[in-house]
Design a protein. Structure first.
Length: 190
């Protein structure tokens, strides 16, 4: 069925474009980058703005590429990574059922993009038009692995210790005038 993969790509890719642009720009009733960043901080994804930006770009960009059938394995990996991160940070502890806030919908989306990676985007796609459709079990496994690595990267970035804060003596030294009469944080002019 040639149209089945196209329909999956249009629906799943289109919704991911919307979901990502909600995060990035506040479109379609989203919170925009600042609001999403605050929400991510509350989930423990710190720094929130960096995580929100990466998630928004992965979802919007991955969705757009999936919709077009362009670089399908890369698009599927980006979507898989964001869904695995969502399962770990939001849905995992609520069990599988969406009615309880669980991860069943995320798992279905992962299954869809892995299936598209295995089957390929289909004849009505940029990949097919350019003659570079990459598909098969190996590609699906590579997508799954890349998705896990991406989600692990988000987890490790969140787990990293914060950068050391300036000490009070460093703050005071930075605000005291230098010997030239210019504060240490001001550029000297000739």
């Amino acid at each position: 069925m040639k149209i089945g993969r196209l329909l999956l790509r249009i629906l799943v890719g289109g919704f991911f474009v919307g979901h990502g642009t909600q995060k990035l720009f506040g479109w379609f009733g989203g919170y925009g980058l600042e609001g999403t960043a605050q929400g991510f901080e509350q989930l423990g994804l710190k720094p929130g703005k960096a995580h929100a930006t990466v998630a928004g770009v992965a979802e919007a960009g991955g969705g757009a590429a999936l919709l077009a059938g362009a670089e399908t394995p890369l698009a599927a990996a980006a979507i898989t990574a964001t869904m695995l991160t969502a399962i770990k940070t939001v849905h995992g502890d609520k069990g599988p059922w969406a009615s309880n806030g669980g991860y069943e919908y995320n798992a279905v989306l992962i299954a869809v993009v892995l299936a598209l990676a295995e089957l390929g985007p289909g004849p009505i796609s940029v990949d097919a038009l350019l003659g570079r459709e990459r598909s098969g079990t190996g590609w699906a496994l590579a997508v799954a692995g890349a998705g896990v690595v991406g989600a692990l990267g988000a987890h490790l970035a969140t787990s990293a210790p914060p950068a050391p804060a300036e000490t009070a003596s460093e703050d005071a030294a930075a605000s005291e005038p230098a010997a030239s009469g210019v504060a240490a944080d001001e550029p000297a002019t000739a």
